[in-house]
Design a protein around this ligand. Structure first.
Ligand code: GDP
Ligand code: MG
Length: 273
């Protein structure tokens, strides 16, 4: 059964959409060893077309700060290694808080998995007489589709299902994000040893190695995820940690702050768009 992951900020309506898609066919358990709930369920998209849906914990970013974010970041790192990779990600976005929500969406778009944006809470936006040009936004971002909807008023869910079917029916699907962070040459030069390390040891592709390099420079917690991942042994973790600390210092010596490195470049990208 194809797997579909629901991702989004806390309170964007992931669970409401999960409930609409799966109805009574749900299973709630805990993530191993912790009390965070893991919800999975099955949805019938069309006759004989069952999919498994996973409702992920809410997160603002793939840089782990909270426990929920750590779970999600850990999961996405596994996907980068091809483990339990979903066929489609539904990025649930609160239409009333579009720009804040797109931070995570832009990170999710870098995972090499087709993305459909569920532009939820449109009832509120409509109530305030605001407009969102979803077609234009879709082209601007380069996601597979954007589906305006309201989980509360229960509309848009049919369109979401048909976009899911559309992705799943294709033998191969082009994933072509239209936005990418521009990494200044001087920064790229400094982070290259980390990118190359990740490229060689973890088999990530080129752009994502740069993204992951920025992320582990920004937060030690992002670095620590690699030690729980199976592709680096403890000696490799130690050398990557030393490399990371050295590069973080070099970033600071440039007059930048390594703790906001990824956020700075990502907000620049989103502002330009
Ligand atoms: P999650 O944290 O992303 O799982 O969000 P929930 O599904 O728990 O929803 C958070 C809150 O937003 C709940 O009170 C929902 O009833 C409400 N909600 C979800 N979808 C919509 C929507 O489309 N419109 C409105 N107005 N409220 C919604
Ligand atoms: Mg929820």
């Amino acid at each position: 059964m194809p797997l579909i992951a629901l991702m989004g900020n806390p309170n964007s309506g992931k669970t409401a959409i999960f409930n609409l898609l799966t109805g009574m066919n749900q299973k709630v358990s805990n993530y191993p060893g912790i009390t965070v709930e893991q919800r999975k369920g099955t949805a019938l998209l069309s006759k004989n077309n069952h999919v498994e849906i996973m409702d992920m914990p809410g997160t603002y970013s793939l840089t782990p700060e909270s426990l929920d974010e750590k779970i999600v970041a850990q999961q996405t790192l596994k996907w980068l290694n091809g483990v339990d990779k979903p066929s489609v990600i539904i990025s649930v976005v609160d239409a009333g808080n579009l720009s804040r929500n797109l931070y995570l969406t832009s990170q999710v778009m870098e995972l090499g998995i087709p993305v459909i944006i569920a532009l939820n809470m449109m009832d509120r936006v409509k109530g305030k007489n605001q407009e969102v040009d979803s077609k234009k936004l879709q082209e601007l971002l380069g996601v597979h589709a954007i589906v305006p909807m309201s989980a509360r008023e229960k509309w848009g869910i049919d369109e979401l299902q048909s976009e899911l079917l559309n992705v799943l029916s294709k033998a191969s699907i082009e994933i072509s994000p239209q936005i990418q962070m521009e990494i200044p040459k001087e920064i790229e030069k400094i982070i290259t040893p980390i990118s190359e390390y990740l490229h060689n040891k973890c088999d990530h592709d080129n752009y994502i190695t740069n993204v992951q390099a920025l992320r582990i420079i920004t937060r030690k917690s992002a670095m620590d995820l690699y030690s729980e991942c199976e592709n680096l042994n403890s000696a490799e973790i130690t050398s990557l940690t030393l490399l990371r600390d050295k590069v973080a210092q070099e970033i600071d010596e440039l007059g930048l702050n390594h703790r906001i490195l990824e956020a700075t470049l990502r907000f620049e990208m989103l502002d330009n768009a």
